[in-house]
Design a protein around this ligand. Structure first.
Ligand code: NDP
Ligand code: GDR
Length: 326
């Protein structure tokens, strides 16, 4: 039986990846950071119906000794490093924590793999945010990076460390440069989920309006379920490499609002308000990915359309709020 260690298993991608690996017959072990709110830990895994099918072990990305102990005990064949302080807006408020977890944390995992289990295959959750102030209209693996937030700076460090460990130590270390991907399990602070949650509240009479920041930014949004498949495919290749994972379609926040509100028979223009307090110190205006390499080498392509993604998210948020009010 193949064993996978997943950091960030309690997050959006961790849940879908664990579900995929279990379906493939893997033993799935997740790193769990200790929290006083133990009642909500594993909420996403419970929602997916897999909480009792994964093994959870206490540890923290900032604590190299915990990672060494876990890798020693678990002896993973594949290590997926998904853990991060992943909210871009928060990275200006907590730049050092973001650097310590999102950047150095990845180096800690790489070190633990190098020292204890160099034969394990390693996946790093890199990000389209690294393109930042885009240097090319459409971004692929050859596009130069220009990070625009402490989060993106930390991710770029983790990304280049992954490349460096591959080249220096011969680790089977791959990086997925993933563009935004969403789902009903997306954290409520991210814009798509904030919007679909807002749609559900407004539809059920629990709110009248939704406050957002920059509506003109464009993102290339896919479904998280599709994107975790690309992570797994990268680790099944003979050679480690870096891959852009994207849909190839870019859409404004304003247009996503229109699509999501329409799912509930509502008009976005009537309910969406903007607030300058939600604008970022430096914005990533446009992201538009070219996943040709992933398609040609991995046989991967996005299957879920933006319209279907929005509909699934709105439905899930309506169901959540209906349960709460009933
Ligand atoms: P989430 O924010 O949903 O999940 C982050 C995970 O990291 C959670 O399980 C969280 O644990 C864990 N974590 C945070 N800090 C630590 C720490 N110090 N030690 C151990 N675990 C920690 O992110 P997503 O699932 O959306 O994304 C997965 C990864 O992919 C992240 O690295 C993200 O930056 C990256 N990424 C995401 C994209 C997207 O569109 N979703 C696109 C490109 C990259 P807890 O539950 O305790 O908070
Ligand atoms: P992003 O996602 O920063 O791209 O990072 P997010 O959904 O937070 O923002 C996308 C765009 O929407 C604009 N925006 C708002 N964003 C939020 N969160 N809340 C608002 O009210 C709002 N109004 C407008 C933002 O300015 C931005 O332009 C996500 C994360 O998952 C990262 O971890 C990951 O690396 C990247 O995607 C790819």
């Amino acid at each position: 039986m193949t064993t996978a260690l997943v950091t960030g298993i309690t997050g959006q991608d961790g849940g879908y990846l664990a579900q995929l690996l279990l379906a493939k017959g893997y033993r799935v072990v997740g790193l769990l950071r200790r929290s006083a709110s133990s009642d909500v830990i594993g909420e996403r895994l419970r929602w997916l119906g897999i909480l009792d099918k994964v093994e959870l072990i206490d540890g923290n990305l900032s604590d190299l000794s915990s990672l060494i102990r876990i890798i020693q005990d678990v002896a993973p064949d594949e290590v997926y490093n998904l853990a991060a302080q992943s909210f871009v807006a928060a990275s200006w408020q907590q730049p050092l924590l973001t650097g310590a977890v999102t950047g150095l944390g990845a180096a800690n995992v790489l070190e633990a793999v190098r020292i204890i289990r160099p034969q394990a295959r390693f996946y790093q959750a890199s990000s389209s945010e690294m393109y930042g102030l885009i240097q090319s209209e459409i971004q692929n693996e050859r596009t130069p990076f220009y990070p625009r937030s402490p989060y993106a700076c930390a991710k770029l460090y983790a990304h280049t460390m992954t490349v460096n460990y591959r080249e220096s130590f011969g680790l089977h270390a791959s990086s997925g440069i993933l563009f935004n991907h969403e789902s009903p399990l997306r954290g409520i602070e991210f814009v798509t989920r904030k919007i679909t949650d807002g749609v559900a509240r407004i539809k059920l009479g629990l709110a009248e309006e939704l406050q957002l920041g920059n509506l003109e930014a464009r993102r290339d949004w896919g479904h998280a379920r599709d994107y975790v498949r690309a992570m797994w495919l990268m680790l099944q290749q003979d050679q480690p490499d870096d891959y852009v994972v994207a849909t190839g379609r870019t859409t404004t926040i304003r247009e996503f609002c229109r699509i999501a509100f329409a799912c509930a028979g509502l008009e976005a223009e009537r309910h969406v308000r903007t607030s300058t307090t939600l604008m970022r110190p430096a914005e990533v205006d446009v992201l538009h990915g070219d996943a040709t390499k992933a398609r040609e080498r991995l046989g991967w392509q996005a299957e879920v359309s933006l319209e279907d993604l929005a509909a699934e998210m709105v439905e899930a948020d309506l169901a959540r709020h209906r349960r709460r009010v009933s």
